[in-house]
Design a protein. Structure first.
Length: 151
């Protein structure tokens, strides 16, 4: 399991507004979390493994739900899941905000959830095919990565 966390490097005054929970036991999920964290230069995201949800988000959905899809808690406290959570996270990233909002407001939005479900249903295979068992975490960008026990 590869744990990627961005919360440990931010001062309380700069707490992120969007919490993203991903499955640290899933290679493609971890790679996506790394991708988001590397692009979050403004510190708007708190990218955390769902395995720590009880500690970082007592209001999180049940673990069984978290294991089925990526989850994001927006700054208004509402939880988003699956493709909607991906768009919520992308909206926090300045370079991706316009695209995410455009997708939400056009017929493209009809493709987001089916595409997300397709990848999620095949995430173990996709992880192996992409060699996504771990992700390279660049140093100096505020991401803390530790290798924990395998589940």
């Amino acid at each position: 399991m590869l744990l990627v966390s961005s919360a440990f490097t931010l001062s309380p005054a700069r707490r992120p507004r969007i919490l993203v929970l991903y499955d640290a036991d899933c290679g493609i999920c971890t790679r996506a979390a790394c991708w988001l964290a590397r692009r979050d230069r403004a510190g708007r995201l708190d990218v955390e493994p769902l395995q720590l949800a009880g500690r970082v988000a007592p209001d999180a959905p049940p673990t069984a739900d978290l294991l089925r899809a990526l989850h994001a808690r927006a700054d208004d406290g509402r939880w988003h899941r699956g493709g909607d959570a991906v768009l919520t996270a992308l909206e926090a990233l300045p370079r991706w905000r316009l695209l995410a909002r455009l997708v939400r407001r056009t017929p493209l939005s009809l493709l987001v959830e089916p595409a997300y479900r397709l990848v999620a249903a095949n995430r173990r295979l996709a992880s192996r095919l992409l060699g996504a068992e771990a992700c390279p975490v660049p140093s100096g960008d505020g991401i803390v990565a530790t290798r924990g026990p395998a589940a």
